[in-house]
Design a protein around this ligand. Structure first.
Ligand code: NAD
Length: 250
């Protein structure tokens, strides 16, 4: 039980990578908060998992674009569970459009969720963790935080921002006992990919030397490692979990 007694918040925890991470942490003895949109499946998922595991699994409605909701998420979690040992800053959306056609509204929406949202959650987490003198934050970046890809201007800008913001957060937080890292998933089989047509998907699979999509559980295992004591000297890094995508062309 690698997370026995730990309380973990996962934003975007109602689906895909977030949900797999919630379940993986429950298997390791933690109590979990699924933080997701009001109209997500979070409430039902949390109720099912709360019954299934020894640790608590709570749902808290939180839109990461709203500072008040993010701050309330942390205040309520501390009030209910007593502390926050780990956070997966995972909520995010996709978005594909040629750069000359992207509207201000679409660009800013992706930045607001995928970059500013990560900042809002990290800031709230740091305030709690500094008081505790310990904690671990993992931000969800992407292979597209270190690689470009056609028609993903806002997404790549946001994820690139997450990779570098992680370094700065880590440097600031290290003397206060808090570690901050990121994960860079390759293409993972989640509802986020539903917008892609089959040809597009096959093309993307071909960019992974391992010749397949990743599974949400494979990202959950990386999250578990980064927040566990096994990663006690790791901070400021982005761990690529991508079937070799960023290693280069085969
Ligand atoms: N699936 C992939 O191929 C892939 C690859 C690299 C990175 N990622 C990143 O992984 C993370 C999780 O993606 P996923 O594939 O599991 O997608 P998903 O669509 O299955 O899950 C995303 C979750 O985020 C929630 N969410 C969206 N906007 C939110 C907001 N404003 N506030 C709170 N929650 C919100 C959604 O309700 C959903 O539950 C994202 O940050 C994504 O960019 C995914």
């Amino acid at each position: 039980m690698r997370l026995q007694g730990n309380n973990v918040i996962v934003t975007g925890g109602a689906s895909g990578i977030g949900l797999a991470s919630v379940e993986r942490c429950l298997q390791e003895g933690a109590s979990l908060v699924i933080a997701d949109l009001e109209n997500s499946d979070g409430q039902a998922r949390a109720a099912r998992l709360d019954d299934q595991y020894d640790g608590r699994c709570l749902f808290k409605a939180c839109d990461v674009t709203d500072t008040a909701q993010v701050d309330r998420l942390f205040a309520d979690t501390v009030a209910e569970l007593g502390s926050v040992e780990a956070v997966f800053n995972n909520a995010g959306i996709g978005g594909i459009a040629p750069s000359d056609e992207v509207t201000d509204e679409d660009f800013l929406r992706i930045i607001d969720i995928n970059l500013s949202g990560v900042f809002r959650v990290a800031r709230a987490a740091l305030r709690v963790m500094y008081r505790q003198g310990s904690g671990s934050i993992v931000n969800c970046a992407s292979i597209l935080g270190v690689f470009g890809q056609s028609q993903t201007t806002a997404y790549t800008a946001a994820k690139g921002g997450v990779v570098n913001m992680t370094r700065t957060l880590a440097i600031e937080a290290a003397p206060k006992g808090v570690r901050v890292n990121a994960i860079g998933p390759g293409y993972i089989d989640t509802p986020l990919l539903e917008a892609l047509d089959d040809d597009m998907l096959q093309g993307l699979i071909g960019l992974h030397p391992m010749g397949r999509l990743g599974r949400p559980e494979e990202i959950a295992n990386a999250f578990l490692f980064l927040v566990s004591d096994e990663a006690s000297f790791i901070t400021g890094t982005t761990l690529m979990v991508d079937g070799g995508f960023t290693a280069g062309k085969s």
